[in-house]
Design a protein around this ligand. Sequence first.
Ligand code: DQA
Length: 150
Amino acid sequence: MITLQNRTMPNITIINGPNLNLLGKREPGVYGNESFEDFLAQLKKDFPQVHFTYFQSNVEGEIVNALQQYGFNQDGIIINPAAYTHTSIAIGDAIAAIQVPVIEVHISNVHAREDFRKISHVTSKAVGSIVGLGLKGYALATEWFVNNTH
Ligand code: DQA
């Protein structure tokens, strides 16, 4: 938490997993037409009191490294591990290992899709999960951290 002119600025890191760098171009019927960069610019305007860090990788180990890097010095982490949600014991273990509370976000409703998307190695380690509400899920997770960070 950085204190500026008696205002506290929550530090929130957003971590996106594989193929989320293609948001806006990727299966727009499932994931929408907006790029994450455009969405993040608006999110920063909507939450001027938050200091955001954004990290995206298509590589599992880099996501584990990011969780270790940010997992002890932030007020909250919002993670969408994308396909690694369903496969990565390492990402689940990293979330269990760190101190910062984590909210899991999925843009699509993973429970209404293929069976393999119903498995998550993250849900049981997270404070909560938001699924199926589009990019709005990241804003709702941010709001939760803003209201629950002291
Ligand atoms: C996703 C859902 C995953 O099943 C999928 O592999 C993704 C995106 C979502 O945000 O809806 O890449 O995490």
